[in-house]
Design a protein around this ligand. Sequence first.
Ligand code: NAP
Length: 554
Amino acid sequence: MTHIITRACCNDAACVPVCPVNCIHPTPDEPDYLTAEMLYIDPEGCVDCGACVDACPVGAIVADYDLPDEMARFEEINARWFAAPGRTDYEHEQVSPAKREWDVDGGPLRVAVIGSGPAASYAAEEILSQRGLDARVDMFERLLTPGGLVRFGVAPDHQDTKGALDQFARTLRRPTLRLFLDVQVGRDLTLEQLQERYHAVIYATGAMSDRPLGIPGEDLPGSHSATEFVAWYNGHPDFAQRTFDLSGERAVVIGNGNVAFDVARVLASDPERLARTDIADHALEALRRSNIREVVVVGRRGPTEAAFTSPELIGLAQTPGLDVVVRPEELVLDDATRARAGDQESSISLLKVGLLEELGTTTPSSERRVTLRFLASPAEITGGDWVDGVRLVRNRLVEKDGRVVAEPTGDEEQLACGLVFRSVGYLGSPVDGLPFDEGRGVVTNEFGRVIADGEPVPGLYVSGWIKRGPSGVIGTNKRCARETVARLFEDYLGGRLRPPAEAADVTDLLPRLIDLSGWKAIDTQEKKLGREQKRPRVKLVEREGLLALAQKEN
Ligand code: NAP
């Protein structure tokens, strides 16, 4: 008997240290971790103790005898990872990491964390969970609700992934953490004011803009970024007033990462399925009136290079009332691609192709569908007053500087549609006062230390997407935060952090205080409304309403 990791795996690796036989891989210390779609349990190593089940924040681990039918595929997927040479050569015993020794004078280490999403929460937890370290964290969030990407990025039909919020709530409840909501650094407080009051400041503000495509027609009415659509259906207050014309039958999503899949699923699936989630009410209403029946997801490279992950493909294919359609001719691999993809038995990219091939043999039976296209790039978004289609150019794959890239063949195709979503990656925006790498959309940094003129800026750090760019899943931010906080600790122990010069508390600078109790009032109300409608929560979106609730408690 064995345990199996399933679709919702968040890669935070909370399961790894609790496994007595070290059979969960890749661990964050192993090189494959950064590219792995998920973590896997070695069926030959697992002793069925179940410790990992309790540790998993998103309920992704199941015993094989309890594996639901829709997750059956993951038994093979977990085993497949270990079929590759060398992957079972791990120590079959858990080695506890060496404990850090804390021997510091001079009162508590004071850290300001900016942001309250996964990157911020993991960073705060990493600081406050050190045994023997006297530390205090103040967390500043510009909105009235904490959670960042978990609240405003994770798709509403992925409630299991949103379970990460419970874990972050435990961090928020630590007596050594203070949460300041509705406080924007740069507007309500300056970085200098923070630097006077804290040993260190960690920016974990994410990446909320979108990468431009740079093609004609990109800004036509009816062409939107996926980021704004995601924020809209998740009830982000800055995006709640957006409108999307869903009167046409076909929408096109450009890019085929997991965000593209989220957008396609939300757009194409039966809204009554979403009615049981915490999707924003304004989005649910609009989707109920939607005429969209087909969403075409366009990937510029082939199926082995596609950015979506196998777990998300399985999830998409299993969405009730929705067909996933592929063109078998676009799944044929050339010899070079097949050689690169590796061994048939263990390759995860060939698993993806296998899953797609299976979809190619099923006959569509629903009126709603997501069509996955490969090897096609948008050359132009066409239309006059409104989008009427996408001019696609067919690609071939070539190797360039060690990367497999798409090269246009010259063959073109016009794909008619009434709506386009550009889902080609999020992009970080410059942060006032910090050096910025425009090309990568990140604050210039080395392992989380902010770097200006080639030198680390004492006491300034970054974590999450604003540090490394928009990659990875929720739990990837844990490893990222650990790396940043390790540098912060090195600097603290090395005497490189200036102690706070200003004795006055930061609260003296803030016009009003909305803290954890304010969020609890909002959370309680949202969940109460949710219970009445058999939903996990009903999100409150209007700032005035949120503020009134939060202020009652402060
Ligand atoms: P992504 O995974 O980086 O995908 C971006 C997509 O855009 C790729 O298909 C990329 O193609 C394509 N693209 C980029 N530039 C393009 C261009 N000029 N023309 C055409 N296509 C272009 O980004 P994402 O989907 O925004 O996701 C961000 C991160 O969040 C990812 O790590 C993702 O896994 C994660 N996420 C996870 C989940 C989940 O687990 N459920 C959900 C949402 C997001 P190439 O591959 O050819 O570059």
